[in-house]
Design a protein around this ligand. Structure first.
Ligand code: NDP
Ligand code: HSE
Length: 441
């Protein structure tokens, strides 16, 4: 057994406290797997006086001096579970440049400025691991960054935010509206007091950027991701989806394709979408996460599990700790960032999507022709059209009839322009529901 490896733990909240607990409970197994015991050099927190229950750790290990802890010669590995951009970025860049291995769960920082961390890791010859940053406990980034490096990934489609998946699952199960389902999620502790990052899609967009970077060997940042949250999803939208044999999920989608000039590029987006109940992601309920990867040789792969929670996330953090410690003892480091492909990120307007549009219309001759003409003008092909008498459809109150149209795939800009023009048609009284559709074509 080698001499102990020393860990600086930055943050001791939901995730950090479980990291500390598991380090204690699993210490013998972890030492055996690594070949050296692990010791905690210090734990940086914001409030020294905070009640931390019965954490199995000496009180003198807590400090508010994160900078001093990171810089200490006595530290081999820095585990960052604080979150946010600064001061986390400065701590981690300093640690990596000094050759210390870093394990972080900080998706916001990786998506905002992963480049600084990867560059610092390269400068310092240090390991940067972040399995917990996307989909919590699910082993997903290691497969993308290592196991699938012999293959070519074409598309990644995921449910990567547990809070919104809980809300949408509740809306599907009970017919509740968004506000009511959010209230339930808050009461049960799934949604935070300020749910903005989750319900507006910021959390999922950060994860989408990280997934796209790994899948396509290209630096993709949060600003490159088209983002729409779930606050506008209504009970009527969910009922429309159910009437079509579908449900609605907040999806992160990263896909290869070609841009307008025919060059290979990627599109990365987060938005609610209807998916058929037969799609593997449709049955992912409650706060679970799942990611569906489509690779050229491997075919479809599905990763499923808990995307959040202290212990579940700590499992991924500790897996990374074991990996970086083994590397240190072996005198090697993991393969560095792979961004050689450097593909352009296509704007949302060029992403290929399908729409489901539900229209309240007058029931008289020429209406269907006028509506179809708008689709044709924008070169959007209609896949199915269904007319139902008013009152028989969830969205049809006040209409003579409801037209439910699902398109074939088209550039998102053409679909959006179609919807805009439909609003101007005399025969269209209102547009009851517009949703993108994924899967099934
Ligand atoms: P918490 O808010 O529960 O904990 C944050 C911790 O950081 C607290 O211990 C806090 O100290 C400490 N802290 C905050 N600011 C400072 C500072 N300036 N200096 C030193 N310490 C500081 O966060 P979580 O544990 O939920 O999340 C941590 C990270 O893990 C985030 O990046 C998050 O995105 C990521 N993550 C979280 C998941 C989850 O389920 N919670 C799932 C996947 C990833 P104090 O205790 O004194 O307040
Ligand atoms: N807030 C996130 C979620 C967990 O609801 O999935 C942290 O990634």
């Amino acid at each position: 057994m080698s001499s102990p490896l020393r860990l600086a733990i930055l943050g001791c909240g939901t995730v950090g406290s479980e990291v500390v607990r598991l380090l204690h409970e699993q210490s013998a197994d972890l030492a055996a797997r690594i070949g050296a015991p692990l010791e905690i050099a210090g734990i940086a927190v914001r409030r020294l006086g905070r009640d931390r229950g019965d954490l199995p750790v000496a009180p003198e290990l807590f400090t508010t001096d994160a900078v001093g802890l990171v810089k200490s010669d006595d530290v081999d590995v820095v585990v960052e579970v604080v979150g946010g951009i600064e001061p986390a970025r400065s701590w981690l860049v300093d640690a990596l440049r000094a050759g210390k291995s870093v394990v972080t769960a900080n998706k916001a920082l990786l998506a905002e400025d992963g480049a600084s961390l990867h560059d610092a890791a390269a400068d310092g010859g240090a390991d940067l691991y972040y399995e917990a940053a996307v989909a919590g406990a699910i082993p997903l980034l290691r497969p993308l960054r290592e196991s699938l490096h012999g293959d070519r990934i074409n598309r990644v489609t995921g449910i990567v935010n547990g809070t919104t998946n809980f809300i949408l699952s509740a809306m599907d199960a009970t017919g509740a509206g968004f506000a009511e389902a959010l209230e339930e999620a808050t009461e049960l502790g799934y949604a935070e007091a300020d749910p903005t990052a989750d319900v507006e899609g910021f959390d999922a967009a950060a994860k989408a950027a990280i997934l796209a970077s790994l899948a396509f060997h290209t630096r993709v940042g949060a600003a490159d991701v088209h983002r729409e949250g779930i606050t506008e999803v209504t009970a009527a939208d969910m009922a429309s989806a159910k009437a079509m044999g579908c449900t609605i999920k907040l999806l992160c989608i990263a896909a290869r394709g070609t841009d307008a000039a025919g060059r290979e590029s990627v599109s990365v987006r987060v938005h609610p979408a209807m998916i058929p109940l037969s799609h593997p992601l449709a049955s992912v309920g409650d706060a679970y996460n799942a990611v569906f990867v489509e690779a050229e040789a491997a075919g479809p792969l599905m990763f499923y599990g808990r995307g959040a929670g202290g212990a579940a996330t700590a499992s991924a953090v500790l897996g990374d700790v074991v990996a970086v410690c083994r590397n240190r003892l072996a005198g090697v480091r993991a393969p560095s960032e792979s961004a050689y492909a450097d593909l352009a990120v296509r704007p949302m307007g060029e992403a290929l999507t399908r729409y489901h549009v539900s229209l309240d219309v007058a029931d008289k001759p020429g209406v269907l022709a006028a509506v179809a003409g708008v689709f044709a003008r924008h070169d959007v092909s209609i896949a199915t059209v269904r007319q139902a008498p008013a009152g028989t459809e969830p969205a049809g109150r006040g209409a003579d009839a409801v037209l439910v149209i699902v398109t074939h795939t088209a550039p998102d800009a053409a679909l959006a322009a179609t919807v805009e023009d439909l609003r101007g048609l005399d025969a269209v009284r209102s547009i009851a529901s517009v949703l993108r559709v994924e899967g099934g074509e």
